[in-house]
Design a protein around this ligand. Structure first.
Ligand SMILES: [Zn+2]
Length: 505
């Protein structure tokens, strides 16, 4: 059995989850479920980033104890993951003792080998971003990330030698063109490394300014820079410095899934941290795009957050998962609009998929009292090609995370089966008493639906299981090995239509 280790970023707990968080975890879940469908052993890690002054300040604003506030937000993330059927294997929190210990061990180790050193720092500090900038990096005197006012500071700090490893990273990228995906992000990072000299990274924050963080292990006056702390979760979460066998089994990660806004931290800081620790880089960093509302990135400060809980109430977890994975190719930006959601839901899910299943099962109920059996090996010509294409293309497209193309191919099968019904006119077969023809026709549809329900599992797990159950089959049949034409019988239990149309504006 081959292993597969996938991670999401740790979400910062200064606010409740929004659709952007949901998007990342839905992608991660889709990949994890696909790998399990292929019978690979999967470890899927997600969690929360719980340090930094911003979190303490937000808790203060809410008049809440910091840890109480964090627990509350963490629960809202966990609840959302449950509602969306996110099948993570471990939820890591950076305030957990084992993580804190590993971060401190890493700092101590890097200090001892002189990759971390103390020096004077002069620069500009952005409190909301908790970022330090040089004068040249400022944007008209403002923070280049959030365009807010910055504070000038001079102080002692600890630094990590990013600069020492710049040439190594550049070479590594050139030797591994698939390290960062999509290509546009790879080019962005390589271009940056070729045109800029990396500054060493300031990895400490004085306690007088930042009190909510992991104690810097070699100096009581400081806490650890929150990004340096958070990135280490990818190794602490699978047993680094705690459980050697477990760690060696899972590391290196196969995919670090991230949003494109945190590319610098993952594609520059993190590989260099790993190199300094003598660990292999992850196999791939994949940076997906943003969902925008009216051309703007969604964020708390912009006040345009779309609440995933509300959407789930209206279109269900699978409806939301389907929309996000189908609407735009992974890596590109998308525009979030109710009209787009409604159209997709009504046409693809309620009409195409829902109707196919409902009317097929209705006919099996009406003509054969819910039971069909026979040695039907012949696949109807009209949808044999679609099935063959899916069998050929499904795995390679899924492996390259081309989800929207996979769904397009699955829907070709769905629509071809719908057309098969219209063309065959089963009510005429019934009238003319062609029982065997009618039986083969319905068996073919049931078998096509069964195979299709396996293919949609990573995208819409609930729907996949529901269809399998209506077909009278066990959930255990949801495995890629069974996505081939099989003789046999169906004892169906027709349920309600899978999706009911939305009329609300
Ligand atoms: Zn800022």
């Amino acid at each position: 059995m081959s292993k597969f280790y996938i991670t999401t970023p740790l979400y910062y707990v200064n606010s409740s989850p929004h659709i952007g968080h949901a998007y990342t975890n839905i992608i991660g879940d889709c990949v994890a479920r696909f790998k399990r469908l292929k019978n690979e052993e999967v470890f899927f890690l997600t969690g929360t980033d719980e340090h930094g002054e911003k979190i303490k300040l937000t808790a203060d604003e809410c008049n809440e104890d910091t840890l109480y506030f964090i627990d509350r937000v963490v629960n809202s993330f966990k609840e959302l993951w449950n509602k969306l059927n996110i099948s993570y294997d471990f939820f890591i929190r950076t305030t957990q003792d084992f993580h804190i210990r590993v971060v401190q061990e890493v700092i101590r180790y890097l200090f001892e080998q002189e990759d971390i050193y103390k020096s004077n720092y002069q620069g500009f500090y952005c409190i909301p971003c908790e970022s330090l900038w040089t004068e040249a990096q400022l944007d008209n005197g403002l923070c280049p990330e959030c365009k807010r006012k910055v504070e000038e500071i001079v102080e002692e700090n600890y630094f990590f030698r990013l600069s020492k490893y710049q040439d190594w990273l550049k070479r590594y990228l050139k030797d591994n063109p698939n390290f960062i995906k999509p290509k546009i992000r790879y080019n962005e990072v390589l271009g940056f490394l070729e045109n800029n000299d990396l500054d060493d990274l300031c990895v400490s924050r004085p306690k007088k300014r930042v009190s909510w963080g992991i104690d810097f292990p070699i100096d009581d006056n400081f806490v650890v820079y929150v990004w340096f702390d958070a990135l280490i979760n990818y190794i602490s979460g699978i047993g680094f410095n705690q459980d050697k066998d477990k760690f060696n089994k899972w590391w290196p990660a196969d995919i670090h899934l991230i949003g494109k806004d945190i590319l610098r931290q993952h594609a520059i800081f993190w590989p260099i941290m790993l190199k300094a620790l003598n660990l292999q880089p992850p196999a791939m960093i994949f940076a997906h795009g943003w969902w925008k509302v009216g051309e703007e990135k969604m964020s708390k400060s912009r006040g345009n957050i779309v609440n995933p809980e509300e959407l789930i109430k209206t279109i269900g977890a699978d409806g939301l998962r389907y929309f996000l994975l189908r609407e735009i190719p992974l890596g590109m930006d998308g525009n979030f609009s109710w009209l787009a959601i409604k159209n997709r839901f009504n046409s693809d899910l309620a009409n195409d998929l829902g109707n196919l299943v409902y009317r097929t099962l209705s006919m099996v109920e009406k003509y054969f009292e819910c039971f069909i059996s026979g040695n039907f090996e012949k696949i109807p010509d009209s949808f044999k090609e679609c099935l063959d294409n899916l069998q050929k293309n499904y795995v390679p497209l899924m492996e390259s995370l081309d989800f929207s193309s996979v769904l397009e191919e699955i829907w070709q099968l769905v629509n071809t089966m719908n057309k098969f019904i219209e063309d065959t006119k089963p009510w005429l077969l019934w009238k003319e008493n062609k029982v065997e023809d009618l039986k083969w026709f319905l068996f073919s549809l049931l078998e096509g639906i069964r195979i299709m329900s396996i293919y949609i599992y990573p995208f819409m797990p609930q729907t996949s299981i529901e269809i399998m159950n209506q077909l009278g089959r066990d959930d255990k049949e949801i495995t890629l090995k069974k996505a081939i034409w099989q003789k046999g019988s169906f004892k169906i239990t027709k349920g309600k239509p899978l999706f009911s149309r939305i009329d609300a504006d």
